[in-house]
Ligand binder design. Structure first.
Ligand code: THU
Length: 157
């Protein structure tokens, strides 16, 4: 028997201005994308932005439905849209931001398990790490790759 320890490293930034230019632009796109949220049930508005290898940024927002499971998170809305429109390019990075009552949440919104799995799929497809930026009003977390958020990724079909 051997005890194993998993270590996850990520960066924390105090404001958008601390980010490098392309991360800042992606974070701002995620914040802007919140405007497209349709969340009359949870009233939790989420925006996401994906940067492709050619520099194109695709955005999405959470879309809810009276039949609750029919809705979709912001991250998957953005990634599926990006893949549908520009699947030939790699997804380099994804940023996520959330607001309540029109105010950006102070703490970063952390993606659900389904969204992490979809990030994993597109990272694998791209063949290089996809960084993840979780944008809060008081702090921003940056993960270098999807396995930082989803250890032991399932991709073995
Ligand atoms: N949601 C997202 O869009 N992304 C996340 O990372 C967390 C949750 C959405 C789903 C639902 O519309 C609302 O937030 C409340 O869970």
């Amino acid at each position: 028997m051997a005890n194993k320890v998993l270590k996850i490293e990520y960066e924390e930034f105090a404001s958008l201005d601390e980010l490098e230019a392309q991360d800042k632009a992606l974070a701002e796109a995620a914040i802007e994308a919140i405007k497209g949220s349709y969340a009359p049930y949870s009233k939790f508005n989420v925006g996401a932005a994906v940067r492709m290898s050619d520099g194109t940024i695709f955005t999405g927002a959470n879309q809810e439905n009276a039949a609750y499971p029919s809705g979709l998170c912001a991250e998957r809305t953005a990634m599926f849209y990006a893949h549908a429109h520009n699947g030939g390019e790699r997804m380099c990075s994804i940023a996520v931001a959330a607001s309540q009552n029109g105010v950006l949440c102070a703490s970063p919104a952390t993606p659900c398990g389904d969204c992490r799995q979809v990030m994993a799929e597109f990272q694998t497809e791209g063949g290089k790490p996809m960084s993840v930026l979780l944008v809060g009003g008081a702090k921003i977390w940056k993960y270098p790759n999807v396995e930082s958020l989803l250890p032991f990724i399932f991709d073995s079909l």
